[in-house]
Design a protein around this ligand. Sequence first.
Ligand SMILES: Cc1ncc(COP(=O)(O)O)c(C=O)c1O
Length: 379
Amino acid sequence: MINVTKPFLPPREEYDSYLDQIWKNNWLTNNGPIVNELELRLKDTLDLEHLLFLSNGTIALQIAFKALKLTGEVITTPFSYVATSSSLAWEGLTPVFVDIDRHTLNLDHRLIEKAITDQTTAILATHVYGNPCEIEEIENIARRYGLEVIYDAAHCFGTTYKGTSVFGFGDISTASFHATKLFHTIEGGAVFSNDPEIIATMSRMRNFGHDGPSQFTGVGINGKNSEFHAAMGLVNLKHIADIMATRKRQYQLYIEKLENLEVQFQQINPDATFNYAYLPIIFKTENDLLTAIKALNNHYIFPRRYFYPTLNYLAYVKNTACPIAESISKRILCLPLFHELSDSAIELICRVLVRTQRYHFTDKKTKGFVVKANGKITV
Ligand SMILES: Cc1ncc(COP(=O)(O)O)c(C=O)c1O
């Protein structure tokens, strides 16, 4: 069976040596020495001055909204994981959906201004599948209207934009270090900001608002993470260069083997070094996608419809039509991609897809849909 993803597990003895340390320290959580070490190592690896390690990427978003004192409406994308919208709703904020760009799959910055009202306090954009948004354009709009910018960079470990970690952009960026991510701490996440005061606020917020053992400044939550999770992060960091190099090679093999499949690939920001975290392909029709899933399932291959459905029709948000996101979401499929995935498995997946296209897709020659596998799209 080949699933869409499989968590990376480091050699057991490497984790065991951290367990020995934890037993020796007798310190399990509450900003322990291993959490501190992970934070320092992450700052070095990412070349960033400030970050906080948190319990997950959803709490990271919620703490970001609180730290920036957001109220009212937040302009956001309908094409992301549910946590991007649910965290807004959970914090009593109103997501206002703006459609995406059909090539990059990120929030379309050209549509943001029209959605701004006197209630808008922020823009929350996801760097979809690790592909950086149009950062300058979004930040220019935010500056003009006095809005905060938060990037949901859950997928972005290892991605850079103009030579800097993409986590370094926006008023706050957030990350997820969930087990399925390129870099993981089993459960985990982080917040990033270049403003030390915002970091200090978020640091109190992740620890119930504590500002000393018996002092509190502002409302807080339990957003801490444990020594066990940090230890997994430290071990995984030793392997991250190898994980990323393998991922790039696997991605390129897919692209090469799918050359004759008439699907669209995500257009990657030319100013980025991409992390190749996911392999999404966009079929011409939903019917073709369903046919492809069935054929893959017959070979015990389980890709994932991700992101599907779009977030603008969740029961607890104000529904707004976003036709591009809705159309893409019905036709996009993430193919299996994980460290242990063998070349022969990738070749099998590609063979099944190409064969299925030949015999079963609805229209093999849809006019105006020519997309080349190098990500350069001609429509
Ligand atoms: C885009 C996006 N945002 C937020 C999250 C939430 O992160 P976590 O699972 O660490 O809470 C995820 C998780 O998959 C995600 O993909």
